[in-house]
Write a protein that binds this ligand. Structure first.
Ligand SMILES: [Cu+2]
Length: 150
């Protein structure tokens, strides 16, 4: 199982996962958008990931599920340091602080697009609906970024 995750990570994240500590650093060749974003995926790849800044909420809340036409199944994941090893696991929700920028990043909470219907292509965008425990759902547009590799 661990092997699978490591392989998945290498495919998904365009930078060394263990070295990455601050995701606000720009990805080479790309300016990161203000909100959420995804990286392009290659044709053989069925899994993508969404990172970036979630919409600000007036009150503390939980992000409990995510819906998008690009994927029939979107999982909420958390990357956590367990005894010095970064491990990714599926969680039921992301706790959100009120009036704060809640940021999704490869080394923390992020959204995993499982079973992509087609590869995510650089320059395109897709809608994603964020479902909260208390607040009404919000639909955002997620741009697809290149991996910054020329
Ligand atoms: Cu994940």
């Amino acid at each position: 199982m661990m092997k699978f995750f490591v392989m998945l990570l290498l495919l998904i994240f365009p930078f060394p996962i263990l070295a990455e500590t601050n995701h606000s650093e720009p990805v080479p060749g790309n300016a990161l958008p203000n909100g959420l974003y995804a990286f392009e995926t290659s044709s053989g790849m069925r899994v993508g990931a969404v990172f970036g800044v979630l919409p600000r909420l007036m009150d503390a809340d939980d992000l409990v599920s995510v819906i998008s036409p690009v994927s029939s199944q979107i999982e909420i994941h958390e990357m956590k340091d367990v005894d010095g090893i970064m491990k990714m696991r599926k969680v039921d929700f992301i706790p959100l602080q009120k009036q704060k920028e809640n940021i999704l990043l490869p080394t923390g909470y992020h959204l995993m697009l499982m079973n992509l219907k087609s590869p995510l292509q650089e320059g395109t965008e897709f809608p994603m609906t964020l479902v909260f425990r208390k607040a009404s759902s919000v639909t955002v547009t997620v741009p697809v970024l290149g991996r910054g590799v020329n």
